[in-house]
Design a protein around this ligand. Structure first.
Ligand SMILES: *Cc1c(COP(=O)(O)O)cnc(C)c1O
Length: 383
């Protein structure tokens, strides 16, 4: 059994714990919710910063067989880690000239334009074998995918699809995190018109938010990302289990006298003798600099506000409300955990959990645990 964190690992400024059992539980939550539709997993951007190969391996054990990344380069490592029965899709499609590498890797491009359709068809014809692809249609987000007019062109010139096995018709919701938004029903209606023209092809429409809309949004294959990684896909919906915990190391403790400044620009000035702890996480670690003077860490459940500006590699906490001997160098303080959730941090920073996760530092000590009770042990220990 691995510990949720390793107190002896003192080479990094913080410890990031990724709870793979919580990840798997969140996958089951979505999978059970959308049945009989199938649940894929979106593992783009290194599985939202958590490690795509670790995440994909864990989800394979839950029976997940469809994985989505955004860019072809993201498939290089991942393809080798997945069994051949697992499908790997590239959401952004292929830039001109990337077809040969996609074929060599055995991945499935999402074709987003007629030019991508033509290039993939030409590659298949040249190769003399059929190649799988997903076809994306634009239902209102205006980001990627064919317009109605372009689909019409495809219908009139079916030879454009020569050599292509369309395995998925997909589109993406712009407002799935707002269930009451009228754009959801509008996009669904447009998607159904497209789907009627490709009756034999499996449909994929919903992201995490879409999974928590009604079943008419689910199609055949749902593409959850953020819900797997522990953020609430729809405010007030079923809460996924937290997957990440971030604990920063105290690197120095000091007491300053009244009227002493703290940090760059001396934007914090102590009004009374103040006890400070400097911790080993800064904006280079993805901790938003916008939390300067606004955010906090938690020490055994007690809020310790950030004093002054966040530096590149560290920030300073006001720990005056804690007992004098509460913290020493090497101790851990909570940045993301039971007292301050991922959604809390994103809200305080004026951003979304996606951005907090994908910014998580590569230099954190990372611990992956599959132990059902690991994070709750960690909570008990710091309580
Ligand atoms: C990122 C992405 C998803 C996953 O979205 P979440 O909101 O994280 O569930 C699904 N589909 C497409 C096309 C995406 O770009």
């Amino acid at each position: 059994m691995s510990l949720a964190f390793a107190p002896h690992d003192i080479s990094a400024g913080a410890v990031l714990t990724v709870d793979l059992s919580a990840l798997r539980s969140n996958y089951r939550l979505v999978r059970d919710r959308v049945r009989p539709a199938e649940a894929a997993a979106v593992v783009k951007a290194d599985a939202y910063g958590l490690g795509a190969t670790r995440v994909a391996s864990a989800l394979l054990k839950e029976g997940c067989r469809h994985f989505f990344v955004a860019q072809l380069c993201e498939t290089r490592d991942l393809r080798a880690h997945l069994p051949s029965a697992a499908q790997l899709y590239v959401l952004n499609g292929l830039l001109p000239g990337a077809e040969a590498e996609a074929i060599a890797l055995g991945v499935i491009p999402v074709l987003n334009s007629l030019a991508q359709v033509e290039a993939w068809s030409a590659a298949a014809v040249q190769l003399g074998r059929r190649l799988p692809a997903a076809l994306q249609v634009d239902t209102g987000m205006s980001r990627l995918g064919l317009s109605a007019g372009e689909v019409e062109q495809l219908r009139r010139h079916p030879a454009m699809l020569d050599g292509i096995d369309l395995v998925l018709l997909m589109s993406h919701l712009a407002c799935a995190d707002e269930p009451a938004h009228t754009a959801n029903a509008d996009q669904l209606a447009v998607f159904r018109q497209f789907a009627a023209q490709f009756p034999a092809i499996r449909r994929s429409f919903a992201n995490s938010g879409g999974a928590f809309l009604d079943t008419t949004y689910h199609g055949d294959l749902v593409r959850p990302g953020i819900a797997l990684y522990g953020a609430d896909p729809v405010p007030g919906a079923v809460r996924p289990r937290p997957v990440v915990q971030l604990d920063a190391r105290v690197i120095q403790v000091r007491t300053i006298t009244a009227n002493t400044g703290v940090g760059y620009g001396l934007t914090f000035r102590a009004s009374a003798p103040t006890r400070l702890a400097t911790i080993g996480v800064g904006y280079a670690d993805g901790w938003p600099r916008g939390l300067s003077g606004r955010g906090a860490a938690y020490v055994r459940g007690v809020r310790a506000p950030i004093a002054g500006r966040i530096s590149m590699d560290s920030m300073t906490l006001d720990i005056s409300s804690l007992p004098d001997d509460a913290l020493r160098a090497g101790d851990l303080v909570e940045l993301i955990g039971p007292n301050q959730t991922l959604d809390d941090v994103a809200g305080d920073a004026g951003t979304i959990p996606y951005e907090i996760l994908t910014s998580l530092s590569r230099r954190y000590a990372r611990i992956y645990t599959e132990d059902e009770t690991a994070l709750s042990n960690r909570v008990a220990r710091s309580a």
